[in-house]
Design a protein around this ligand. Structure first.
Ligand SMILES: [Zn+2]
Length: 215
């Protein structure tokens, strides 16, 4: 095993702990991965994200074969297909945080109610169509909802986020749940006033120029 691989595993364990601490992985839900030579390291199925060691992680290859003391997360296809479709993606986070799941159960896209929606690549965060967890159908639905975006809701399930590194994946996961909570609250009081296409285009341009997204 190379030193670089060892580093990636340690970073994955640290970020998974951060994901649990941020409330993004209740119980044993949620999973996280990082790209490596020949595939990706991913958190195993059935273990809490906040209590992992580097030795618990699983290496999954592009053909779906894997090595590790535990089976990979049942959602490994979501991760594999994102790495395969997008060369700039080096980290993937999947989680079941409460506000996002609530909105995903309404199968509602999150519109441009706040300018920070632009951080996810466009003027909305889409909700995918429904498919059973762990299936290729779910992965296909997720990739569709992620077109031009770095996050989506998964209908009646959770969220999926991709990023150029683990730190950014966690930051985006935390930000998305925060925005879902804000949208939820605004909807409780009425109909949020949405930003126009032009207003969001200005923000998207600024974010791209400041390197906050557009990778
Ligand atoms: Zn899930």
């Amino acid at each position: 095993m190379t030193e670089a691989r060892e580093d990636a595993r340690q970073q994955l364990v640290r970020t998974a702990a951060g994901m649990a601490a941020a409330g993004l992985a209740p119980g044993t839900s949620g999973n996280l991965s990082v790209r490596c030579d020949g595939g990706f390291w991913i958190t195993p199925t059935g273990l809490a994200a906040g209590a992992l060691a580097a030795e618990d992680l699983c290496l999954v290859r592009g053909d779906g074969s894997w090595d590790g003391p535990y089976a990979p997360s049942s959602e490994w296809r979501l991760h594999r297909d994102l790495y395969s479709a997008r060369s700039g993606v080096r980290a993937v986070l999947h989680a079941h945080p409460p506000f996002a799941v609530g909105l995903a159960c309404l199968r509602r896209d999150i519109p441009a109610f706040h300018y920070m929606i632009a951080r996810f690549g466009g003027d909305s965060v889409r909700c995918s169509r429904y498919a059973t967890f762990g299936t290729q159908e779910l992965s296909d639905a997720a990739l569709e909802a992620l077109a031009g975006r770095n996050a989506c809701l998964l209908a009646n399930h959770g969220v999926l986020v991709c990023a150029p590194d683990l730190e950014e994946a966690l930051a985006l996961g935390v930000e998305l749940e925060e925005l879902c909570g804000q949208y939820w609250r605004a909807c409780l009081l009425g109909h949020p006033v949405l930003l126009s296409f032009e207003e969001m285009a200005v923000v998207l341009d600024k974010f791209t120029r400041y390197g906050r997204q557009g990778w």
